[in-house]
Every structure is written in C-alpha cells, then in structure tokens.
Ligand binder design. Structure first.
Ligand code: ZN
Length: 287
C-alpha cells in the first residue's frame, strides 16, 4: 500500500511537471507566433508575396533569433526603418527556424505581417548585411502595396518589380550612399527570385527596377509619387521596344521638373540594364 501511494504520488508529480512544461512551451510559442496553434508551414493558403517560390518546411518552428542576436537586431532595425520611411507603423515580424526556412514572406490583409526564415537570413549574410537590408525593404514594400493598393499599374511582374524599386529607394535614403553596397544586395536577391518569367521578373528587369528606385531615392517622394514616378519611367521608357528617349521630352504634370531632367539623363542606362547590354558585372560598377 505504501508502495502504491509512493507510485501514485510520483505519477501526480510527473503529470504536474509535464503539464507545467507543456504550458510554458505553449505560451512561449504563442508569443513568437502570429497565430496560436499554427506552425510556419501552416500559413500556406494565405494572401502573400514571398521572396522565393517555396513555403516554410513542415518541421520549421517559431524562434526569437535568426542566426544570432546582433544580426536579428539588424534585421528588425531595417524592417522598422523601412516601415518608418514608407509611413507605416513597424510591420510585425515573426521568425521561423529549422529546416526549410529559405524564405521571407509578406502577408496581406488581414494578417499584415512578415515572416522571415533562418535559412534566408543565413544565406543573405553570406552576401553581407546590404542583402538583408534589401530583402527587408522589399518585404515591407509588399506591405505598402497590400495596405495602400499599389502597384497602380497592373501587369505581369509589376508587383515584384515595384517592390524592388521601393527597396532601391529605401537603400538610398536610409541605408547607404554607396552603389556597390546596393549591387551586392542585388546579387543575392537575383539568386532567389525563381526562374526567368516568374512573378519576380527576369534578373535584368529586376536590376533596372532596383536602379530606377535608387535613382529616385535622391528625391523625397510620398508612396503615391514614388509609385507614379516608377511606373511612368519604367513603362514609358525602360520596357523593351520603347526606343531612345527623345531629348526635351515633355514631362507629365505629376512629375517635378528636376526629377524629370535627371531621370531622362539616365534613360539610356536604364534601357541598357533592362535589355542586358549592361552586363551584371558592369551593373555593379555603375556610379
Ligand atoms: Zn516579393
């Protein structure tokens, strides 16, 4: 009988312990996760734009830190700085660790948050912090699009190309005044966008979109003006078959004289990036 009581007592103790540890784990997971009870791979069907074509792996899990604290803080800082530049409250950021996390996903309404994967962070850092800053800004740009109804111009790849343009604008304004940093960031992003013709656009298209956003980053533009300027120049001049920009071309009423005069001096360069006449290597050496 005494033996039974001892065993029963032990069982109660074990149950209490396992219950406690389950509870602690559940609370911790919920704090790290955008939605209780869902793993990173559970977010499949939602409205989102992603940096790669894959979803998070079935064995991925929520985590507080990607790679290490310093790099995680850097990512948070870039996310918040891009949110601030584009007039958004800091976009909520969640982290997925473990296998199958080579992705960063930006979720539209009603979620309006971003999930970054650890493999994406690790790979990005192989190219340096500018690569992380670029992807962070690209994902925040998707939040601007989701929440404010951009791109204003519908078309194949326009969503992704505009996000690259907004990222270029961000990098110029908030991260670096050195073009070689930006082109280093680009080198990473083009490895992850999927095959030519995917929603992200071809590498040459992405390069020209990033460059155009970077050039526009010399000026202060609202999101609406940035969207408008980006597509005006991209669609009127940069797209294939648009021919050489006529000198003295009229500017539309919505674009400032200063910006128009400056961007028109860059149209040939942008066209040559877009059609591949400026190679990837030459692209990295632009001023
Ligand atoms: Zn994207």
């Amino acid at each position: 009988m005494r033996h039974f009581i001892k065993l029963a007592g032990l069982a109660v103790l074990l149950m209490a312990q396992s219950c406690d540890s389950n509870e602690t784990e559940a609370v911790g997971k919920d704090l790290l996760s955008p939605k209780a009870g869902l793993t990173p791979s559970d977010f499949k069907g939602d409205n989102h734009d992603c940096a790669t074509v894959s979803q998070f792996g079935p064995n991925s899990y929520w985590t507080e830190t990607l790679v290490n604290t310093a790099e995680t803080n850097f990512l948070i800082q870039q996310n918040n700085s891009a949110s601030n530049l584009f007039g958004l409250a800091n976009v909520p950021l969640y982290f997925a660790g473990g296998p199958g996390t080579f992705n960063a996903l930006s979720y539209g309404p009603p979620n309006n948050f971003i999930i970054w994967g650890e493999d994406m962070m690790r790979k990005g850092l192989e190219y340096g912090r500018p690569a992380v800053a670029y992807i962070a800004a690209h994902e925040v740009a998707h939040q601007v699009q989701f929440r404010q109804g951009y791109p204003s111009v519908r078309g194949n790849s326009n969503t992704e190309l505009e996000a690259d343009g907004f990222a270029g604008y961000y990098l110029r304004k908030r991260y670096t005044s050195t073009w070689s940093n930006v082109s280093a960031a680009y080198n990473f992003s083009q490895t992850i966008g999927g095959a030519n013709g995917s929603s992200h656009g071809t590498p040459a298209q992405r390069r020209s979109a990033l460059r155009l956003g970077w050039l526009l980053g010399q000026y202060d533009l609202t999101n609406q003006r940035l969207d408008y300027n980006f597509f005006y120049y991209y669609n009127s001049y940069v797209l294939p078959g648009k021919g050489k920009a006529p000198s003295g071309a009229e500017k539309p009423a919505g674009i400032s004289k200063e910006i128009h005069e400056y961007i028109m001096t860059k149209i040939t360069e942008l066209q040559e990036i877009n059609n591949g006449e400026i190679s990837e290597e030459e692209f990295t050496k632009l001023n």
